[in-house]
Design a protein around this ligand. Structure first.
Ligand code: NAP
Length: 289
């Protein structure tokens, strides 16, 4: 486990270890975790170009203004931030937004993929844990109890990222499925009904017990994931040389070991291909309609 101190130390080296003019795309960068990661990125990199995607122009204008005061010493306010206003829950919007900006088509696909999974298809997808062994896959998750949805979605996203990684050139792109912990953001306020009350109460308990993740810290943690050589060749060098264990890794302990072993079981059952085929089928169905 990497400590927060190690992460902050690594982030402090970004401006001297990585080249200037890095380009980053933040989907959902106008609030919460995305915004804090964007600001951490701008704070630590030299003359970055940032594509900020979201629906709220007011939030984007505020963030662009705030970023004028951010940057490494002698490079404050040198970032270029391009706001792309888009509702990413619509696939055709995703394709329209990315390609005219000259971004590589793969980026559009990779982000489009994640966006669909996280924001559009989430309620429709797999519960490999409950259904793989009897061969009756409930991909749309129509019969999955609410209590199992979180694990259901987590498994789906990890397997989908594995499938995406298989289509990319090895060691050129890293796919990371992060768990931010509980971070106080406007997200909890937007939740409706009993679930919203539950989420805000849980957040309050986390806050008073000091087990929540402060928003700024979350940004630094995600920036570390984006920039450390622990996760991608060419990143900020790691003193201990210890690379992160992939989802197919053999090491790991406790919960990590259980997750890795569960994923291994799914892989043997061909679940990566099944999930990928399902997601592609859904894309095609939505495109046609
Ligand atoms: N906060 C937590 O404790 C926590 C824990 C685990 C996982 N997560 C996950 O982390 C992610 C970010 O959460 P957060 O807490 O930072 O939430 P947040 O503060 O509500 O931010 C959500 C971001 O997504 C953008 N967005 C939402 N719907 C969109 C759409 N249809 N098209 C384009 N942009 C859209 C919003 O921008 P606009 O409003 O401008 O569109 C905003 O920038 C979520 O996927 C959440 O499930 C959060």
């Amino acid at each position: 486990m990497v400590s927060l101190t190690q992460m902050l130390a690594s982030n402090a080296l970004i401006s001297t270890s990585l080249p200037p003019n890095l380009v980053a795309v933040f989907l959902g960068g106008t609030s919460g975790i995305g915004e804090s990661t964007l600001k951490a990125f701008v704070s630590h990199t030299i003359r970055p170009k940032v594509y900020l995607v979201g629906r709220s122009r007011i939030s984007a204008d505020r963030i662009i203004e705030e970023c004028r005061t951010l940057g490494p010493e002698d490079h404050i306010g040198e970032s270029e931030i391009v706001f792309l206003q888009a509702d990413l829950s619509l696939m055709k919007v995703v394709e329209r937004v990315f390609t005219p900006e000259g971004l590589h088509k793969f980026l559009a696909t990779a982000y489009y993929d994640r966006t669909l999974v996280m924001q559009h298809l989430t309620p429709l997808l797999i519960n490999g844990a409950n259904s793989s062994s009897d061969g009756n896959l409930d991909m749309p998750a129509l019969k999955i109890p609410f209590s199992a949805i979180r694990g259901h979605m987590g498994t789906l996203v990890t397997l989908t990222l594995e499938a995406s990684a298989a289509t990319a050139e090895p060691n050129k792109i890293s796919f990371i499925h992060g768990n931010p912990g509980l971070v106080r953001t406007p997200y909890q306020d937007k939740m409706q009904g009993a679930f919203g009350v539950f989420a805000r109460s849980l957040m309050w308990i986390k806050k008073i017990t000091g087990t929540d993740i402060p928003l700024d810290e979350s940004g630094e943690r995600h920036l570390f994931l984006l920039t450390s050589a622990r996760y991608a060749p060419g990143g900020v060098p790691i003193p201990d040389g210890d690379l992160a264990i992939g989802t197919d890794g053999l090491k790991g302990s406790g919960r990590a070991r259980k997750v890795i072993s569960t994923l291994g079981k799914y892989r043997k059952e061909g679940m990566v291909d099944k999930v990928w085929a399902h997601v592609q089928g859904e894309y095609e169905r939505i495109r046609r309609s």
